[in-house]
Design a protein around this ligand. Structure first.
Ligand code: 3PG
Length: 181
C-alpha cells in the first residue's frame, strides 16, 4: 500500500487538476478524496479518469450508500473516520481495501472479527499518538496502523519508525504539495 495518504477535500471540481498533479510532482501517487463536499463523487470520478496511474480512494465514507457510489466512481480503497460494518461488507464483497478508524481495544476487536487488520488511527493526536499505538500493539500485534489527524513534518518520522505503522494519512501532504508549486 501507499506510504503517504493525502486527505483531499475538493470544493470545486477544477481543484482536481491542481491538487493531483501537485501531489504527483511531490512524489505522492495516492489521494483519499473525502465525502465532505457536494462534488466528492464527481471528483473521484474525474480523478480516476484523468489520473489512472494514481491510487484514488474515497475518505470520510460513513455509510454503505456512499461506499457504493464511491466504488462506482472508481475508488480503489475506502477510508472511514470510524467503523461502519455495512461499509466493511460492501468493500469485502467487492474486494476493495477498507481502512476504518479505530482507537480503542474494543473497536480493534470488532474489526478483527470482520477480517480487517489495517486501521486508520484517528484523530491520532487526540487519542495518544505513538504511545497509544505502541500500547495497542501489545495485545494486537497483527494490527497495522495508519495514523491520521495532527500528523505533520514534526512527527511523521517518529510514526514511520514504528514497524506497525504502514502508512500516514493527512491533509498536510496536500498543503505542502501546493506550496511547492
Ligand atoms: C482526516 O479526516 O483524515 C483528517 O481530517 C486529517 O487530519 P489532518 O487535517 O490533521 O491531517
Amino acid at each position: 500500500m501507499d506510504k503517504y495518504i493525502p486527505v483531499v477535500v475538493i470544493k470545486e471540481l477544477d481543484e482536481v487538476d491542481k491538487i493531483l498533479p501537485a501531489l504527483k510532482a511531490s512524489g505522492i501517487n495516492c489521494a483519499e478524496i473525502t465525502f465532505r463536499t457536494e462534488c466528492a463523487v464527481e471528483a473521484i470520478k474525474t480523478a480516476c479518469q484523468k489520473y489512472p496511474d494514481m491510487n484514488i480512494g474515497a475518505g470520510t465514507v460513513i455509510n454503505a450508500e456512499q461506499c457504493k457510489t464511491a466504488l462506482a466512481a472508481g475508488a480503489k480503497f475506502v477510508v472511514s473516520p470510524g467503523l461502519s460494518v455495512s461499509v466493511a461488507n460492501v468493500c469485502k464483497e467487492k474486494n476493495i481495501p477498507y481502512y476504518p478508524g479505530c482507537v480503542t481495544p474494543t473497536e480493534i476487536m470488532q474489526v478483527l472479527e470482520l477480517g480487517i487488520t489495517t486501521v486508520k488511527f484517528f484523530p491520532a493526536n487526540i487519542y495518544g499518538d505513538l504511545a497509544a499505538l505502541k500500547a495497542l500493539s501489545a495485545p494486537f500485534p497483527q494490527v497495522r496502523f495508519i495514523p491520521t489527524g495532527g500528523v505533520d513534518r514534526g512527527n511523521i518520522e517518529e510514526f514511520l519508525a514504528f514497524d506497525k505503522v504502514v502508512a500516514i494519512g493527512g491533509s498536510f501532504f496536500v498543503k505542502e504539495a501546493l506550496e511547492k508549486k
